[in-house]
Design a binder for this molecule. Structure first.
Ligand SMILES: [Zn+2]
Length: 117
């Protein structure tokens, strides 16, 4: 109640004095301003650390990163299989298609390498 708000204001002042910084973000739980204390984000009113959920974008990037080694293996396997097909193929039209596919696979592979960093 009012008491609790009093306490939070005091705690906020205390945190600021200790060098914490007030963030523009509000606590998802109670809407109070969040404070950055060292490496932690802290909500005074809830009296707990607030862990930011990773943004969708970060989660996606992470998911793609873990997929990269698998994708690379798949692409390399396909290239090997394609190589055998090309070796035994003598029809020009079929060869053209296979060559196009090979270029696409190589481009994908190259794209994956660029995503690593
Ligand atoms: Zn809160």
């Amino acid at each position: 109640m009012e008491n609790k708000d009093d306490t939070s204001v005091k705690k906020m002042a205390e945190l600021l004095r200790r060098g914490a910084t007030m963030l523009a973000d509000a606590c998802p739980q109670c809407g109070s301003p969040l404070f950055k204390v060292g490496d932690d984000i802290y909500c005074v009113r809830c009296d707990r650390r607030v862990v930011y959920a990773e943004s969708d974008e970060e989660v996606e990037t992470q998911a793609v990163r873990t997929l990269i080694p698998e994708l690379r293996t798949t692409l390399i396997d396909k290239l090997k299989a394609l190589n055998e097909l090309v070796e035994s193929e003598s029809d020009i039209e079929a060869l053209t298609k296979l060559a196009n596919l090979m270029v696409l696979l190589l481009q994908s592979l190259h794209g994956l390498e660029n995503m690593k960093g």
